[in-house]
Every structure is written in C-alpha cells, then in structure tokens.
Design a protein around this ligand. Structure first.
Ligand code: 5AD
Ligand code: SF4
Length: 439
C-alpha cells in the first residue's frame, strides 16, 4: 500500500476557521492525506488565514517566506492558502509568492480535492468564487473517527451588517444559514463520536434562520431541539450581534439547562457618536438595557465582548464613554483591539487617530477589562459548578477542563477521564485558571 501523503494545516483567526480546517482535512483525507503536526515532513501545507486586522493578514506572507527552504528541498511539496486572506488577496498572493500552488476562498472548500489534484508541478489553482451550493454538504468526510469532548459546529456564515471597519461581509459574503435538519444530524453524529459540548458558530450566529420542516427556525428553536439530543450535555454559541438578540433567545438562556451561562456580545464602543460612524445601528443605552434583560433571564450569565479603540475620529470623550460602558456592564471576558484600517471598508477612507493616543487608550481599556475579568473569576472561589474535563493538566495527576462559565479549571484527583462532566467546588483563583476539588 502506498504511504499516505501528509497534510500540515496551520489555522489563524476565529473559531470558524478552526471548524473549516477540520472540514478541509476531512476532504483531503479522501485524496489520501493524513494530518501531520509539523510542516517539515508535509507533502502539502495549507495556511487557513485571517484578514480581520492588518497584522493577522501580514502573518501569511512571513509564514510563507519560512516555507521557501522546504519547497526548494522538496519540489513536490504543495503549498496552499485558504481563508479570508485567500479570498481578499488571492491573485496578489500568487504574484508575490510564486511558491504558492493553490488559493482557495472560504466558500469553495468543497472544491479543494479537485483543486489539489490540479495544482502542483508548476500548475496553479485558484478559486475565490461565491458558489450557490452548500459547501458543507458537498464536503465528503472520511470514515467517522472518535472526537474529543468538545466541538465547533458552523450553523451560519457571512454577514449583512457591514460595520464600517469590518472585512467579513466582503471575505465571507452574505449571511447564509444551514438547514436545521443538517445541523441536527451533524450534532447527533458528533455526539456518537464522543462529543458532549457543541459550540454553534456563525459570524452572526444569533441571526440564524435555517430552513426547518415548518418554515425558518430561529437560533433559539435550534438550541431547544439540540437540547433534546441525548448525550449532548452543553450548548454554546458565538458570535452574536446585539440587534439579533431576540426575546426567544433571551428566554432560552433562562429555560434551557444545557445552554451555558456565557454570552459573547460585542459592542465595539460605548460612544453613540462612534457607534453611528461604525454603522452599528444600536446605542450604548440600548446595549445596556439589553444586557439587563438577559441578566433578568439568567442572573449569573458571564458577559464577554469585543472593543475597538482608536476608530477614526474617536476623541478622548468618546473613549471615556467606552470606559463608562465597561464599568456599567462588568465583563467576565473581553477582546479589545486597536483599530486597523482594512482596504475596501468604508472606514478606510477616514482619518486615523494618533497611533500613540490609540495605544494609550488600548492600555487603559485592557487594564480595566483585566481587572473586571479577575474580579469575576475570583468571585467563583467557594462556588460549585460543573466541569467538562478535556485533557490532562500540566502537573502529573491533574485534569483540566472548562466550567459552565467557560473558565479554565483544573483538579488533581484520581479517576477523572477525558470527557467526564463532574461537579466541583472552586478553591482558588489563579492568573489564568481556577483550581477546584471534586464534590
Ligand atoms: N480593526 C480592529 N478590530 C477589528 N475587528 C473587526 N474588524 C476590525 C478592524 N478593522 C474586531 C471587532 C470584531 C472582532 C472579531 O474583531 O471587535 O468584533
Ligand atoms: Fe463584522 Fe459587524 Fe458583521 Fe461582526 S456584525 S462580522 S463586526 S460586519
């Protein structure tokens, strides 16, 4: 039997890329590839890229530069670029990096086997179309292999919101939801393979409106049906837009036990003037009222968010409004970024804030967010929660997993296996994790 070919995939950016990389590995499995953890022995290298900020996009070119030697030593090596940089800069990548054999955009992954067959030996393959067909249904999977206890499941892709700073509507295209039955059958399949927690993914996941047997289903309806799947213990979803957080979904947070008390709900800024310029279509006040309603349904929910500082024309006063919003909401987890101008987006035309001022604001915001995160984490000490154990910890005899609120928790005890869901009491709050004992 021929040796299997080796595939090395490196994934950048969001969780949707993680899901896509898994699907691409499965698709290339049909072409005789098995995954390897090192680029050095690979027959094919695939970079699954992110275009959200300039720095993320630049990484692709520096990473490709590092593969020059490998390609020289092994001319048969195929190098591919997938993801949002492929979508946005496919032709330019081919021009700047002649070693690249294949470029595939996020909507064309189901064509990867055919592209792989076509590329190499000097031949190039490029596909950055937005085809009509459902790529996930066209991706042929390998025989079912066992899975770890947690998995991502993309249910919705693309975005119609057009925030003024964001490339997603251009790289991922218009909002599309997968039919509900397909999602349910993929979830059942994951559970049969050992998965106990599923995170539903979408760029605007709470705008989900997938076809069901009786009209379109909302995300809340999908979650309620998923909760009926035996063996599936936990459901999460990300990322959500405030304007799509409807009453039904808020109610589900109070009523569906399997839906975890964690919500990532980016607001980006606390200044109404900036929110308007960002085309967010909500105010800081409406966001705060929304969180009040969510907390009324599920009082212990942990709020997470995204912020951009230094958006064009942001003043010190606008930034103060962002700090005030953070003080009011109290976040358990946050991501904050300095504005990065993205070619082709409306905000790219506008004058930049002084970079030193933007850096300074980012530092001040991050100090506040870190303090809040730490306070909320510290407040878990003494409380009981359930942990889904995912892997061995760094210390011998230790197992690590996630709490309901998505805190990393580790426990030193005998008899805990990967995939176990156990009740624990939190005993200590460390810089990036919690210690606990079984109860
Ligand atoms: N500059 C900085 N941050 C950005 N994000 C999206 N586009 C940009 C940009 N041009 C951030 C937003 C979004 C997160 C995924 O990335 O906060 O919610
Ligand atoms: Fe980008 Fe805004 Fe869509 Fe989120 S909602 S993906 S930030 S355009």
């Amino acid at each position: 039997m021929a040796e299997p070919k080796k595939l090395f995939i490196k994934t950048y950016g969001c969780q949707m890329n993680v899901y896509d990389s898994e699907r691409m590995a499965e698709a290339l499995g049909g072409q005789g590839y098995v995954e390897t953890q090192s680029a050095d022995d690979a027959d094919m290298i695939l970079l699954n890229t992110c275009h959200i900020r300039e720095k993320a996009a630049e990484k692709v070119y520096s990473e490709l530069g590092r593969f020059k030697g490998l390609k020289a030593a092994k001319p048969d090596l195929k190098i591919g670029v997938a993801g949002c940089v492929a979508q946005a800069e496919g032709e330019e990548i081919m021009r700047r990096q002649p070693m690249v054999d294949l470029v595939v955009g996020p909507q064309s992954y189901h064509r990867l086997p055919e592209l792989e067959a076509r590329a190499g030996g000097g031949a190039k393959a490029l596909d950055t179309d937005f085809p009509e067909e459902d790529k996930f249904e066209r991706l042929k999977s390998r025989p079912k292999s066992a899975r770890g206890p947690t998995a991502f499941l993309t249910v919705q892709e693309g975005c119609d919101k057009f925030c003024a700073f964001c490339v997603v509507p251009y790289t991922r295209g218009a909002e599309v939801s997968r039919p509900a039955e397909r999602v349910l059958s993929e979830a059942r399949d994951l559970v049969e393979r050992g998965v106990r927690e599923i995170t539903l993914l979408g760029q605007n996941v709470n705008a989900y409106h997938g076809a069901g047997g009786d009209g379109d289903w909302s995300l809340a309806r999908l979650i309620r049906e998923l909760a009926k799947v035996d063996g599936l213990e936990r459901i999460r979803f990300t990322t959500s837009h405030p304007n799509d957080m409807d009453d039904e979904l808020i109610a589900a947070h109070g009523e569906v036990d399997k839906l975890m008390p964690y919500l990532h709900l980016p607001v980006q800024s606390g200044s109404d003037r900036i929110l308007k310029r960002m085309n967010r279509k909500h105010t800081s006040e409406s966001y705060i009222r929304l969180i009040e309603r969510i907390r009324a349904a599920r009082p212990d929910i942990l709020m997470s968010g995204d912020f951009i500082v230094g958006f064009p024309e942001e003043t010190e006063e606008d930034f103060a409004a962002t700090m005030a919003l953070v003080e009011e909401v109290r976040y358990g987890q946050c991501y904050s970024f300095k504005y990065s101008s993205r070619p082709g987006t409306p905000a790219a035309e506008r004058a930049l804030v002084d970079p030193a001022a933007a850096d300074d604001r980012l530092h001040r915001l991050q100090a506040l967010l870190t303090r809040q995160q730490r306070e909320i984490q510290d407040a878990m000490v003494g409380r009981e929660t359930r942990v889904l154990f995912e892997r061995e910890g760094r210390v011998a005899g230790q197992m690590a997993g996630k709490s309901e609120h998505l805190h990393a928790v580790h426990v030193t005890a005998d008899g805990i296996a990967r995939g176990d869901l156990r009740r624990v009491r939190i005993t200590e709050s460390n810089p990036n994790s919690l210690s606990a004992v079984l109860v």
